[in-house]
Design a protein around this ligand. Structure first.
Ligand code: PLP
Length: 466
C-alpha cells in the first residue's frame, strides 16, 4: 500500500513539472491557460480507462478535476485582471499622473442621502453591536418584502442571509455547497470570481465560451453536453459583466429546465438587476428550490465601500450552510452598515442611478461605434465589451472547438490596455474575463465629460493601429 501511494505521489510531481513547463510555453505564445477541448479529451481517456480496469468513473474524474485545477493554479501567475490594472492605474495616480478610470465597475455617484442620516441614527439608536450572523432581522424582512413585490413570490426573512458584499455571498455559495472535485458550469466572458472561487475550493469550473456573433448568449446544447455525474451547479450572471447582455427569456427558461432536470444548483448573480434596460426576469421567479440569488447594494445604491450584499435561497438548509461559514469567519456583518442599508433600500436614487447609467452607456456606445469599435449593444449593466472592428481576430473564441489553441492574432486587448494607461486612460483587458484577449471592457461609471475625454484618447490610440 505504501509503495503504491508513494508511486502516485511521484507521478503527481512528474505531472506538475510537465504542467509548469507547458505553462511557460503557453505564456510565451500568449495562449489561454485552460483548453476545454483538450480537457474533454483527457476526460474521455480517463472514462475509457475506468471502464477497462473497473474503477469508479465518478471518483477518477473528481481526481482528474483536482489535478486540472492544480495545473491552472501553477499556470495562472502572470494573468492581468481588471483589478491588477486598477492597482497599476492607482500607482500612476499616486505619482501625479491624471487617469480617467474606465476600468472599474464602481459608479461615481454618491450613496443615497438616506445613508447620511442613517449613519448618525445607527449611532444614536445603538445599532453598533455584534448581531445575528444571518443579518439584521429588520433588514431581511425589508429585503423579503422588496423581492416578493418585484418577482411576485412569497419569501420570508429566513430565506435571506446578509453578507459583506455580493462577492462574499458568491464565495459562501460556492465554498459551502460543493465538494472538492465537483464541477460548476460557468459561461464566459464572466466576472472572474466565479472561476477563482471554484479554484480556491477545489471545485472544477467547466468553462463554456460564448461569442459576439451569437450575441453572447449561452448555448444550451453545450450546457447539456457538459453535464456529468460531478456537475452540481450552473452559474448565471444577467445582466452580464462584462458584456452587458441579458440572457434571452427562451435561453433562460431552457437553462432552468436543464438545471431542474439534472438537480443542479443555480447560482444567479443578479447584482446588475437595477441596471437592466430591457426585459429581465429574476431566477427567483422560477421558484426552484436549488436556486441561490446573490445581490448587493454596491451598484444599485453606489455603496461599494459599505461592503453590503446578500443571498436569497428557497431552501433554508442552503442559507444555514452559508451562515455557518459566515459566523465562523466574520461573526456578523457590520451592524451600522446593515442599518444604513435598511434605511436606503427604497431610495429614489436607485431609479435615478439607473437613468443616468443608461444615458452614459448609450453615449459611450455611440462614440465607440463612431471610432471603429465592435461590440454587442448592452441590454444592461455598465460596460461595453469591445474589440477593434475589422481586425483579424483569428483563433478567438470559437467555443470549445479551438483546439489546438492558436496564438491570438489581431487586436491585442492587454497590450492596448497597457498602452492606453500610459496615455492616461484605464480600461480592463478582455483576458480578465476569460479567453478574450482581443477585447477590452470599457466602463461607463464616470460622468459624460470624462467618458468623452477618455474615448477621444482611445480613438487616437486605435488610429495608431493594433
Ligand atoms: N458580481 C459581479 C458580476 C460584479 O461585477 C461584482 C463587482 O464588480 C460583484 C459581484 C461584487 O460586488 P460587491 O461585492 O461589491 O457587492
Amino acid at each position: 500500500m505504501d509503495k503504491t501511494t508513494l508511486e502516485i505521489i511521484r507521478l503527481l510531481k512528474k505531472r506538475m513539472d510537465i504542467s509548469s513547463e507547458i505553462g511557460r510555453l503557453k505564456q510565451d505564445l500568449k495562449l489561454s491557460i485552460t483548453d476545454e477541448q483538450r480537457e474533454s479529451e483527457i476526460r474521455k481517456k480517463v472514462t475509457d480507462l475506468c471502464g477497462e480496469i473497473g474503477l469508479e468513473k465518478r471518483f477518477a474524474l473528481r481526481l482528474l478535476n483536482l489535478m486540472l485545477n492544480e495545473s491552472v493554479v501553477a499556470q495562472s501567475t502572470h494573468k492581468q485582471t481588471h483589478l491588477s490594472l486598477f492597482v497599476k492605474a492607482k500607482d500612476l495616480e499616486r505619482q501625479g499622473k491624471k487617469i480617467i478610470h474606465m476600468e472599474v465597475g464602481e459608479p461615481d455617484f454618491y450613496p443615497p442621502p438616506e445613508v447620511k442620516t442613517a449613519l448618525t441614527e445607527a449611532y444614536d439608536n445603538g445599532f453598533t453591536k455584534y448581531g445575528n450572523s444571518r443579518g439584521l432581522p429588520e433588514l431581511r424582512s425589508a429585503l423579503a418584502q422588496k423581492h416578493n413585490k418585484d418577482s411576485a413570490i412569497n419569501l420570508c426573512p429566513e430565506n435571506f442571509i446578509v453578507t459583506t458584499g455580493g462577492r462574499y455571498a458568491v464565495f459562501l455559495a460556492i465554498s459551502t455547497l460543493l465538494n472538492q472535485g465537483e464541477e460548476i458550469i460557468v459561461t464566459e466572458p464572466a466576472w472572474p470570481a466565479y472561476k477563482d472561487n471554484a479554484l480556491h475550493s477545489g471545485v472544477k469550473a467547466r468553462i463554456l465560451e460564448t461569442n459576439i456573433e451569437e450575441d453572447w448568449q449561452p448555448n444550451i446544447d453545450k450546457i447539456k453536453s457538459s453535464i456529468n455525474d460531478n456537475t452540481k451547479m450552473i452559474v448565471l450572471n444577467s445582466p452580464n459583466n462584462p458584456t452587458g447582455k441579458i440572457i434571452s427569456p427562451t435561453v433562460q427558461d431552457e437553462i432552468m429546465e436543464v438545471a431542474m432536470k439534472n438537480n443542479l444548483y443555480v447560482l444567479s448573480d443578479e447584482i446588475y438587476s437595477n441596471y437592466a434596460y430591457s426585459d429581465w426576469k429574476s431566477v427567483l421567479s422560477y421558484e426552484y428550490d436549488k436556486s441561490i440569488v446573490t445581490q448587493s447594494f454596491s451598484k444599485s445604491h453606489a455603496m461599494t465601500g459599505f461592503r453590503i450584499g446578500y443571498a436569497i435561497a428557497y431552501r433554508q438548509d442552503i442559507i444555514e450552510k452559508m451562515n455557518k461559514v459566515q459566523a465562523l469567519c466574520i461573526t456578523s456583518v457590520s451592524e451600522p452598515t446593515q442599518y444604513v442599508a435598511l434605511k436606503s433600500i427604497n431610495s429614489e436614487d436607485v431609479a435615478k442611478n439607473r437613468r443616468i447609467m443608461k444615458e452614459r452607456l448609450d453615449a459611450l456606445a455611440k462614440k465607440a461605434k463612431g471610432i471603429g469599435l465592435e461590440f454587442a449593444y448592452p441590454d444592461g449593466a455598465m460596460y461595453l465589451f469591445a474589440t477593434k472592428k475589422g481586425s483579424d481576430n483569428k483563433g478567438n473564441n470559437e467555443g470549445m472547438n479551438s483546439y489546438p489553441a492558436t496564438k491570438k492574432q489581431g487586436f491585442d486587448g492587454t497590450e492596448f490596455a497597457n498602452r492606453l494607461l500610459e496615455k492616461g486612460v484605464a480600461v480592463a483587458p478582455g483576458e480578465a474575463f476569460g479567453n478574450y484577449q482581443n477585447f477590452i471592457r470599457i466602463s461607463a461609471s464616470q460622468p459624460l465629460e470624462k467618458l468623452d475625454e477618455g474615448m477621444s484618447i482611445i480613438e487616437e490610440e486605435i488610429n495608431k493601429g493594433v
